[in-house]
Design a protein around this ligand. Structure first.
Ligand SMILES: [Mg+2]
Length: 442
């Protein structure tokens, strides 16, 4: 058996962990620059707030219902995610982290009748130790575990659901639209409907050769998985990314080279850190800046430049040097830039880098310097050590007017408990007024 543990309304739940005044209240979390709703508590869902709706469109609803609104706090969500995943890892010999709030767990060591109780124990542990509610779906395959998880999330269950028999599975699949099956995209779903295949059950019964012909071997795998034949293995080790991108829209449009340089240097530092984390080196780097295409009354200019690096590298200093040079080459005065980004490409394993006689990057000293920077930033909070090129003014930084503290990753923002006569923080005042100088991880 395979279990899928998925945190409920993850970002909204994270906001509640250190702010219990929010329990029972409608909570929403907004995307970068406080744009759209990306996470909703159950209470917010009941008010009819839809996923991805722009915040300004629900302003009245927010005020009328006293909805608590937060900017996304990825430092907090990332750290709580790590804690959830580490706890889950203690319950299974093999775990696949699928996303920031979802993991597949190998349950094959358990006799099937014990699976549900074991999952309930996991739920209780996560709730007690971390404060995050999860739903757990269990089935003979990953695809069925995904379906089981959907059922576990519905009201009336205790957050755990197991597909115990083939007959019970078939009954549920008859009620599930094929669009909702993991791995069936919108186009394939539309095509299946046109061919009279409407439910997950219909799809599971379709002839194998027909599925393979029209939906390729991937579609066939999904069909087999729905029939209880496991075809998609747990991937314990996430494969290395082929490209890494860090980009942001600015809180305010920028026309000057200096803030753009600071932004590009900062994004490059993030890319370099991610490269080192997965032990890769980049052979190419791309820098882009964009004006706002929706402001057609303003002059438009959205250039990019790809640089082939002389030596593949994951050295921050080397990458920032090339990225800022590329930016300087494409920058023109007289435009309002809305967004910038850096992409590192052509990634190779760092131990396969061919050193160049004239390059200082990749030397043992350079590598030790990068390791030290990573260690300090991990320990004391990201951006503790930064390059002068990243600047200190951060004019370009995200709009995050409703950001909660990074309770778990920054000493200055640790939870404060007032005792005695002082008023304790409550749900109406979810953002202690602490100055912030940094942007979250992408
Ligand atoms: Mg979730």
């Amino acid at each position: 058996m395979i279990a899928l543990a998925d945190c409920n309304n993850f970002y909204a739940s994270c906001e509640r962990v250190f702010n219990p005044g929010l329990i029972g209240q409608p909570v929403v979390v907004l995307s970068n620059n406080d744009g759209c709703v990306i996470s909703r508590s159950e209470e917010a869902k009941k008010l009819g707030i839809k996923m991805a709706v722009p915040a300004y469109q629900i302003e009245k609803l927010i005020i009328k219902n006293q909805v608590k609104v937060f900017s996304s706090n990825y430092a907090l969500y990332g750290d709580l995610s790590n804690r959830v995943m580490n706890t889950l890892a203690g319950f299974t010999p093999s775990l696949e982290i699928y996303s920031i709030d979802e993991s597949f767990l190998d349950f094959s060591f358990l006799p099937p009748p014990q699976a549900a109780d074991y999952a309930r124990q996991i739920r209780r542990t996560l709730l007690k130790n971390i404060g995050i509610p999860v739903s757990i779906g269990i089935g003979p395959t990953k695809t069925l575990a995904k379906v089981a998880n959907k059922i576990a999330k519905k009201q009336g269950t205790d957050g755990v659901f197991v597909f115990e028999t083939a007959a019970a599975t078939a009954e549920y699949l008859q009620k599930l639209m094929v669009d909702e099956v993991w791995g069936i995209g919108r186009q394939h779903a539309a095509w299946l409907h046109a061919n009279k295949i409407h439910t997950a059950y219909d799809f599971s019964q379709a002839p194998a050769h027909w599925v393979k012909k029209h939906l390729s071997v991937t579609g066939l795998r999904t069909k087999d998985e729905l029939c209880g034949i496991s075809c998609i293995d747990l991937e314990e080790f996430q494969s290395r990314k082929k490209t890494i991108c860090t980009s942001r829209s600015f809180g305010q449009p920028q026309s000057q080279l200096e803030p753009l340089t600071e932004a590009v240097a900062t994004f490059t530092m993030k890319c370099a850190e991610k490269l080192r984390h997965q032990h890769s080196a980049a052979t190419e780097l791309m820098v882009f800046i964009l004006t706002n295409p929706f402001r057609s009354e303003l002059p438009q200019y959205s250039p990019s430049r790809v640089i082939r690096l002389p030596v593949a590298t994951n050295d921050s200093l080397e990458l920032v040097k090339h990225a800022t040079a590329a930016l300087k080459a494409i920058y023109r005065e007289g435009y309002l830039f809305k967004k910038a980004g850096v992409i590192v490409m052509g990634l190779i394993p760092e131990n396969e880098v061919q050193l160049n006689l004239f390059s200082s990057s990749g030397t043992p000293q350079q590598r030790r310097l990068m390791e030290t920077i990573d260690r300090l930033n991990r320990h004391y909070g990201s951006d503790t050590i930064q390059l002068a090129a990243q600047g200190t003014k951060r004019k370009w930084k995200l709009r995050q007017e409703r950001l909660s503290p990074r309770y778990t990753t920054n000493w200055k923002e640790i939870l404060v408990i007032n005792v005695g006569n002082e008023k304790a923080p409550d749900g109406d005042n979810p953002q202690p007024p602490r100055p912030r100088t940094e942007t979250p991880e992408s």
